[in-house]
Design a binder for this molecule. Structure first.
Ligand code: NAD
Length: 292
């Protein structure tokens, strides 16, 4: 089968241009520049890279951004005080705390301290609850990015069988809710699979759309995929490579080379869901800024 790529890099570029245009309009009418604040605790390499990408994306669309860094010795109380201070800062529209935080800090407490109005990551229980009820909410970035990619490529979800593999709070669970929601990008029949699912292969083989968010490189193989399926790969893994200057390359949860020929559409890794995730964060920040 001649598969098509769901090109997240190109799609995210288009969306960024749309956001940049909107920012220009806001500024030309005397409005305030949207402002995203990011808190980074410690020096974890992957977190550093993610935050750097987010800050760069803010610059690209004309947002103001503030990166607030702390050593991993910061106490939970100190971090909570800083979040509360930002909650009250009139100039800051959106706040993200890059996860994971060090073990002595409760992730749950941090998520609950961020004001739901500034929670552009969409992790706060109020936003997750509102999203689940189909109300206006900040939807977390990766699930929203997946939905946007589906929408921009006019992939029909209504009446389709979607199999989501992985039930994390930030990817699998929310995307399964969005796809089953009564909406233009929903109305699918969704099966949510996880580590205790039996007959995973048989279930996957029935899927019109597969969303892979397992966190295991190359987990989804061609014998799990129906001919003509749409496959969306959320996984990100650094693997050693002697063909790149860096000595590594990115791979997904799907065995792309073998699975792609069976698909109508498939996301590449890199350049699929990753860039769409960052753009969703920008979209949420713009919404937060406009609400004011
Ligand atoms: P997670 O580790 O929190 O969850 C993994 C899920 O996979 C769990 O719910 C588990 O039940 C399920 N699982 C594990 N083994 C399984 C098995 N054998 N069969 C069926 N299900 C199984 O992961 P996450 O945070 O959702 O992330 C998943 C992947 O996506 C990771 O590689 C992560 O790096 C990546 N990720 C990418 C983006 C992006 O922007 N592209 C964003 C978030 C996460």
């Amino acid at each position: 089968m001649n598969y098509k790529l769901l090109d997240g890099k190109e799609t995210s570029k288009q969306i960024k241009e749309e956001i940049a245009e909107e920012v220009k309009q806001i500024i030309s009418k005397g409005g305030k520049r949207p402002h995203l604040a990011a808190i980074l605790v410690g020096n974890d390499g992957a977190s550093e890279t993610y935050v750097a990408h987010k800050v760069k994306a803010c610059e690209q669309v004309g947002f103001k951004s503030s990166l607030i860094r702390f050593e991993d010795t910061i106490t939970e109380d100190e971090l909570i005080s800083k979040i509360k201070e930002i909650n009250l800062d009139e100039d800051i529209d959106g706040l993200i705390v890059q996860l994971p935080v060090p073990k002595h800090i409760s992730e749950e407490k941090i998520i609950e301290t961020v004001s739901p109005e500034k929670d552009v990551d969409g992790f706060h229980p109020i936003n997750i609850g509102r999203m689940t009820l189909g109300m206006n909410a900040f939807v977390s970035a990766t699930p929203q990015g997946i939905i946007d990619l589906i929408q921009r490529y006019n992939i029909k979800t209504s009446g389709k069988h979607c199999v989501v593999i992985g039930r994390s709070n930030i990817v699998g669970k929310p995307v399964s809710i969005l796809l089953s929601q009564k909406s233009n990008t929903g109305n699918a029949t969704v099966t949510l699979c996880h580590s205790r699912t039996t007959n995973l292969k048989e279930i996957c083989k029935q899927a019109d759309i597969v969303i892979a968010a397992i966190g295991k490189q190359g987990f989804v193989t061609e014998d799990m995929i129906k001919e003509g399926a749409v496959v969306i790969d959320v996984g990100i893994h650094r693997v050693k490579s002697d063909k790149t200057k860096t000595g590594w390359k990115l791979k997904g949860d799907v065995d792309f080379e073998k699975v792609a020929p069976k698909c109508t559409y498939i996301t590449p890794v890199p350049g699929g869901v990753g860039p769409m995730t960052i753009v969703s964060l920008l979209k949420n920040t713009l919404i937060a800024a406009k609400k004011k």
